[in-house]
Design a protein around this ligand. Structure first.
Ligand code: BMA
Length: 341
């Protein structure tokens, strides 16, 4: 038994896993040696798959994938895997329907997240709603995907649902933004009694005081419930004379009041270093969107988009990452306060 534990976690003994290399980087995440797990031109009509989310499903894995098609427009495709590393994709994009069962497609859809709440799986993505906004749908069988009302007004990106209700409310992180390649951005928390009406918005954390995340931040994978609080992997962005650099950051949010940050890591957990992270359609991007965890061993696998071109996997354990975040934590008043003004 480790020092820290997952709450409401699943046993996932067959999940992707590699031990840490003997010569570590000093950072708490290490990469899968055979990254990227999804390469260019993964299926006809799709040039690149990246920024994608997976969950365990019926003894295997299922995922929703940001697929940049050969016309340049991103849509979401469904993928299946037995081991979480080798993926088969359905040949056509996901077709969404409205509540009457009529086809209801977004004009584009990117950066999907996927969260299973009591057997109903929610897809959350970025799409056009007369401006970039959050789209949502639900499914119980991965055959019918029923659109829900868009939770927020434009402009907003990077929405991530919590895997359970807190105080009987669904909770979602999001990142209000602008119409372009947003040069600012903080993470907010919103709650809903019914997945339709969202309110009680609270500020969670702002762009960092540290240089690696001093332009903007955005939620990454669905928060993981642990004995220390909600473990959040997010992305932090810095600006250079050659464009943005996206790294993976880590924070731990209060279990009952997740707009309060308990610990926030002052260093990145992983930053673009490998060829497939530094070079691609958009260089220097590590963009986490999902995790798998095994409650018995404390193992965590993180799925992240690489250079807007590939999907990579990195590993850590609950003990290693929480100790690292705590030891390197720097929190400001805007992190620790409840976030209501
Ligand atoms: C963001 C999103 C992500 C992308 C990143 C880097 O604004 O569009 O999908 O990975 O930029 O290009």
């Amino acid at each position: 038994m480790g020092k820290y534990t997952f709450i409401n976690g699943n046993s996932l003994p067959g999940m992707p896993w590699r031990e840490a290399p003997a010569e570590g980087s000093g950072l708490p995440l290490w990469r899968y040696g055979e990254n990227p797990i999804i390469r260019r031109n993964p299926l006809p009509g799709v040039a690149r798959i990246f920024n994608s989310a997976v969950i365990p499903w019926e003894g295997a894995y299922i995922g929703v994938f940001r697929a940049e098609r050969t016309n340049g427009i991103p849509m979401i495709y469904l993928g299946h895997s037995k081991d979480g590393l080798h993926w088969d994709f359905e040949p056509d994009m996901i077709h969404f329907v409205d509540e009457d069962g009529k086809l209801f497609m977004p004009q584009y859809a990117y950066d999907p997240r996927l969260v299973n709440i009591d057997g109903t799986c929610y897809l959350i993505w970025c799409q056009d709603a007369y401006g970039a906004a959050i789209g949502m749908a639900k499914t119980t069988d991965f055959k019918t995907f029923t659109r829900l009302e868009n939770p927020f007004l434009p402009f907003n990106r990077n929405a991530v649902l919590f895997p359970r209700k807190i105080h009987d409310r669904y909770m979602m992180l999001s990142r209000p933004s602008d119409s372009g390649h947003t040069p600012f951005g903080d993470i907010y928390l919103s709650e809903s009694p019914d997945m339709k009406y969202w309110g009680c918005h609270r500020h969670v954390m702002g762009k960092g005081t540290e240089w690696w995340e001093n332009v903007k931040i955005g939620g990454g994978a669905a928060p993981i419930e642990t004995s220390e609080g909600w473990l959040l992997f997010y992305h932090g962005v810095t600006g250079t004379c050659n464009g943005f650099v996206y790294s993976i950051g880590g924070a731990i949010l209060d279990i009952d009041e997740p707009s309060r940050v308990k610990y926030r890591c002052s260093t990145f957990l992983l930053t673009p270093e490998e060829d497939y992270e530094e070079r691609g359609f958009v260089p220097n991007v590590c963009f986490p969107c999902a995790t798998l965890q095994d409650k018995d061993t404390g193992r965590i696998a993180i799925y992240y988009g690489c250079a807007d071109t590939y999907v990579g996997v990195a590993f850590t354990t609950l003990d290693i990452v929480i100790d690292y975040i705590r030891e390197h934590s720097v929190v400001t008043e805007t992190d620790t306060e409840v976030g209501r003004r």
